[in-house]
Structure formats: structure tokens, C-alpha cells
Design a protein around this ligand. Sequence first.
Ligand code: SF4
Length: 191
Amino acid sequence: MKKEDIERMRLLYSEMDGAYDALAGKYGFSCDGCEDNCCTQRFYHHAVAEYFYLLEGIKKADPELREQIFRKSMVVTESYWHEVQAGEVFKLMCPANFDGLCSVYEWRPMICRLHGLPHHFTMPDGTVRKSGGCPRTNDDSNGLLDRTPFYKELAEIEKSMREDMNYRQRFKKTTAQMFVDMQMELEMEEG
Ligand code: SF4
């Protein structure tokens, strides 16, 4: 990943975190003590920019931690196949979560940063979509987080990176699937 793309992603995430924290403060919202850990939710990530930013974090991680994340990712992704046979969706913890905490916090994807607060965003055609927060913020009395500028900036970084890489495939992966890909990518790099 080019240094300028890393910097753009770092800045984007920092702006997201700032806006999120400001609104969370108005709600008095905190994840502390929540038993419904949202790291078990089946979030899909759609940007290769986020994949490569997370990969930067994985490269910097302690090798033992990285191996543990990769091992857990194999178990989680294998469970997806068992789900198909069972005909139900299992509640599976993200492989980067250890004892309730994110081990790649600085590098975590967008939805991990924005989940929980009521929000809205404006589609390119001008349609506004609204959505509530998690059960801890089940009203919107203190306002909504406007995700529009974040989605727009991520889309621009994504477009630029895809053009640079000539990457044309659709991207839709869970964190576990991304970590499995990263393991293969790093093994190929190491030969
Ligand atoms: S990357 Fe971190 S914050 Fe996101 S689901 Fe995994 S453990 Fe949770």
C-alpha cells in the first residue's frame, strides 16, 4: 500500500473516530460492560482499501499475535461451511478479538468504528437513509451521525487504489476471510 494511501486512510479513520466520539459523548454512550459484543456480528467489508490498511496493521503486529489471529480465522471461516450444512448462522467472534478487546484496534475497519450510534447518509442520487443505533442508543434524541463524508472519502480512496492496482473484482469479506487472505499473501511474499 502506498504511503499516501496509508496516510489518507489514517486521516479518514481519525475523522470518523472524532465525529463518533463527539456524538457518543452527547448520548453518554459507551461499550463498557456490554454483553452483546458486536465483534460477533457478521459484518462484511467492501473496500480493498480497508483490506490493505488492515494488512499494514497485521504486518506490524507481534508475530505470535498474528499467528493466533490466523489460526482463529481458519476456524471461523471453516465454520461458515458448517453453517451452510446446519442451515443457520452461528454467532462467531471476530478472530482479532481477544478477551473482549480488539487486537488490531488502530487498524480496524470502518464499520467497527461506526457501529452503535444512530446515523444517516445521503446516497449519490440524493436519497437519505437513516438507521438506528444498537440497543444502547435506541433513540435519536441527540442527533444522528452523518456517515456521508466518510463513505465519500472511502469511495475516493478505493477508486484511486483500484485504478493503481488495476483491481476490478468485487470485494465482500468478513474480517476472518480477510485474515485468511492476508496469511496467504504474506506466505507468498516470504516465498
Ligand atoms: S476488527 Fe476489531 S473491532 Fe472489528 S470486529 Fe474484529 S475485533 Fe471487533
